[in-house]
Design a protein around this ligand. Sequence first.
Ligand code: KIV
Length: 264
Amino acid sequence: MKKITINDLMKWKKEGRKFATSTAYDASFSSLFESQSMPLLLVGDSLGMVLQGKNDTLAVTVDEIAYHTRCVRAGSPNCLLMADMPFMSYSTPEQACMNAATLMQAGANMVKLEGSDWLVDTVRMLTERAVPVCAHLGLTPQSVNIFGGYKVQGRDQKNADKMVRDALALQDAGAQIILLECVPAELAQRITEALDVPVIGIGAGNVTDGQILVMHDMFGISANYMPKFSKNFLEETGDMRKAVAKYIADVESGAFPDDAHTIA
Ligand code: KIV
């Protein structure tokens, strides 16, 4: 696989070419993903749930994300690699800069932050200092205690309109990718069409430019819970490489997510 940059994703968005993404946490799987030409990987703080067996992501630390970022980079030298900024590691712009530097030095090409318009100053400060940013909107799992559970976001008009405004404000501040989690497909489509930067969805229908899955869900091996919008690609292929290839092909053709894996 050739080295992937944000310019490739921008070009694919303009061409209407969809792309697949996965979380990854170690060198063996990131190498497997690269062998199937997965262009973009995320070291997600979901590792608190799928690797550490916790019920949420809140206990994950910057050092843990940095460790897994080094592992993933070792297995996939060419992917565009995003690293999640954990809970309370970006509560001020200055704190975000220090912690983002640790993740970039571990091998990330971009950091991902969860939030809304309150992140505008942080995104501006990071991008002005050469740290590319993906902004995660919708169901932001670090806010599980504010939301009172893992609930679909943006169902009512007021919140949907605010999410569109937030996405535009974050793009204007310099965010180069917007990630939408668990929002109605109609809202995901509005945001994808309104933005110039690529939009990646999970539980947001097949209307976004890219899709992401937690890798354990893609293989049907998550310890506790399989979200409705995820799909076990290993079940129908019986082989990990084929499962990844099928996921990528189904995203690129628009076959995944289908109606059964979409939030109305
Ligand atoms: O941490 C993570 O794995 C994520 C994905 C669910 C997008 O943020």
